[in-house]
Design a protein around this ligand. Structure first.
Ligand code: NAP
Length: 320
């Protein structure tokens, strides 16, 4: 089969498109024929060698994919050949034509969801769910500011929040992003490149501020976020690419909280809750994964450049 292999950490060019043996299933494993692969920012951090998690070299990248079960081990009882699934991790890497998985790494993909959409589910939607409900403790009728709403996590968060009865103020940096966020149901959309969007947040909340902020780029926004937080408000830091200086008094006067989050800290119970909520949302169509651009698997290096350097408009997906 074809797969991407990485022999050394470094720039996107270390992603090599090669022939490798198709993995064989053990008694408790499942082989999935991959139809689509989701490219996440974390794939690029791991590839560069700058991330806490460093796989043994050589390795095949990728956690998120969607496809069809090709073979199952004799001890696997709850899955069948032909099932449509999305992955939340794999044993052999998702950037490939086939991936070996444990049954726990596979989740049902409803018929109303394409494989490309399936590849856009795991990291974005589980992160959005965890940030909103498990870390952010969002409750219906609260006002939530979702920064960077046109990206993978942002769109997922908008859809989850709207379906849960929150009032959603979303930020975007482009008119194309605005359209996607509008289609996902955000109630108010602001431009995070404009100098006065914080004033708009204050106006939209009658001066009270928002109860919850999902922050995708904390090094740029965190200090400003605190000035539009309601009393008892929470900021969940999902993404950050540098350092930031804040004014603690802004937090003290509001008794606000800044909460970090990392998907890798989620317990099995947390993950089960997120995947169950995702399944229900896909079935009732409140969750609609947005695919931005698709590229052939052989173009993984280009995909890694795009995901970091270009404007995100839905999910970037590789097709084996
Ligand atoms: P993505 O699809 O590449 O989207 C990035 C988003 O950031 C875009 O919507 C972009 O909006 C937005 N952005 C750019 N400049 C911004 C600014 N100044 N203020 C607010 N937003 C801005 O990435 P993703 O998959 O959604 O992930 C988002 C971040 O969360 C990444 O840093 C990722 O590493 C991180 N993440 C963390 C976890 C975790 O466990 N903590 C899990 C998943 C992802 P425009 O293009 O419209 O400007």
């Amino acid at each position: 089969m074809k797969a991407i292999r990485v022999y050394e950490f470094g720039s996107p060019e270390v992603l090599k498109y090669e022939d490798v043996p198709t993995p064989q299933v053990d008694r408790q494993q499942v082989l999935v024929k991959i139809h689509a692969v989701g490219v996440n920012p974390v794939d690029t951090y791991i590839r560069s060698g700058s991330y806490a998690l460093k796989p043994d070299l050589p390795y095949t990248p990728g956690m998120d994919a969607a496809g069809v079960i090709e073979k199952i081990g004799e001890r696997v009882s709850n899955l069948s050949v032909g099932d449509r699934v999305y992955t939340s991790q794999t044993l052999t890497g998702a950037y490939a034509e086939y991936a070996l998985c444990t049954p726990e790494q596979l989740h049902p993909l409803p018929d109303n969801t394409s494989f490309e959409q399936g590849a856009a589910i795991n990291i974005p939607y589980v992160t959005a769910y965890r940030a909103l409900f498990q870390r952010g403790r969002a409750v219906p009728s609260e006002k939530v500011l979702i920064h960077g709403a046109s990206g993978g996590v942002g769109l997922a968060a908008v859809q989850f929040a709207v379906a849960a009865g929150l009032e959603v103020i979303a930020t975007v940096g482009s008119s194309e992003g605005r359209k996607l966020v509008e289609q996902s149901g955000a109630h108010h959309i602001l431009d995070h490149t404009s100098s006065n969007y914080l004033e708009s947040v204050k106006e939209l909340t009658a001066g009270h501020g928002v109860d919850l902020i999902l922050e995708m780029l904390a090094n740029v926004n965190l200090a400003k976020d605190l000035s539009v937080l309601a009393r008892g408000g929470r900021v969940v830091v999902i993404g950050s690419r540098g350092t930031v200086e804040i004014t603690p008094r802004e937090l003290m006067s509001r008794e606000g909280d800044i909460l970090g989050m990392s998907l890798f800290n989620a317990t099995q119970k947390d993950l089960n809750a997120a995947h169950a909520a995702i399944y229900a949302g896909l079935l009732n169509h409140t969750l609609r994964p947005v695919v931005g651009r698709t590229l052939p698997l052989a173009e993984a290096a280009l995909a890694h450049k795009i995901v970091i350097e270009s404007r995100a408009l839905g999910k970037l997906v590789l097709i084996p």
